[in-house]
Design a protein around this ligand. Structure first.
Ligand code: COA
Length: 212
């Protein structure tokens, strides 16, 4: 069990080099294979393949079709959608080389997922995403500074992916609240609150944001 208490429609899958996965050429669509080949860096190619394999295998189970036949497509906002089905999908990648991994989530509601490797980052990273009123979160989580700022970054990124704006919207407009024991909320002035979940898996934070 990766996350505490999520609604039953939410399913996730992590794919890494340790996973027993099918050959991408047997799972990805022709467009996805072409896109994968266009990436210059091996990490990006691997992450892209792992993310699509994770999403397609989850959706294949849900739709009862072969993974390669899942009508997974890229929307004009660069997020994903499933043609003809009201299923929400989110993917995230992190890590390098053999340490690289991807996660996909599917749900019947808007959802965003983020995966961040816990590696040393500049000490003031948090200033780019937190509103000054949120700086106290860095202490109240009971984590070391770097772990805390990466977690807070990841939670906001998960919300921004659920909103489908990504960082086109300022992360400071998303305000984190009630964070403890792997759960919390995010509020904003112009929309409903998001439910948050977070968990640590090895050296990675995995965060999830979803609407009621
Ligand atoms: C969405 C965004 C936060 C993802 O950042 P990232 O560093 O690629 O992080 P992740 O690995 O967690 O997520 C990648 C996945 O996000 C998804 N994604 C891309 N744009 C998205 C959007 N607008 N909404 C939801 N999901 C999106 C894609 O499925 C992508 O995976 P894929 O490339 O394998 O298809 C970032 O691309 C963004 O802010 N985009 C919008 C603004 C922009 O283009 N800014 C330039 C850089 S700031």
């Amino acid at each position: 069990m990766l996350f505490l208490e999520v609604p039953q429609d939410i399913k996730w899958r992590v794919v890494s080099a340790d996973s027993a996965v099918d050959d991408p050429s047997a799972v990805l669509s022709p467009d996805e294979l072409a896109r994968m080949e266009s990436f210059g860096h091996a990490d990006r190619r691997r992450g892209f393949a792992f993310g699509r394999i994770a999403a397609r295998s989850l959706l294949a189970e849900r739709l009862d079709v072969a993974p390669v036949d899942v009508p997974l497509a890229v929307a004009s906002d660069d997020g994903l959608f499933v043609e003809g089905h009201p299923i929400h999908v989110s993917i995230s990648h992190a890590g390098h080389a053999a340490h690289g991994q991807s996660i996909a989530v599917i749900a019947d509601r808007p959802i965003g997922v983020d995966l961040e490797e816990i590696v040393p980052r500049r000490d003031d990273l948090y200033r780019r995403i937190l509103h000054p009123d949120e700086y106290s979160l860095l202490e109240t989580l009971g984590l070391d500074h770097n772990e805390a700022q990466i977690l807070l970054w990841s939670l906001k990124e998960a919300v921004l992916k659920g909103l489908r704006t990504g960082f086109r919207r300022s992360a400071q407009t998303v305000r984190l609240d009630d964070l403890s024991d792997g759960k919390g909320h995010a509020h904003m002035d112009d929309g409903p609150s998001w439910n948050l979940r977070y968990t640590r898996r090895e050296d990675f934070w995995i965060t999830l944001a979803f609407l009621d």
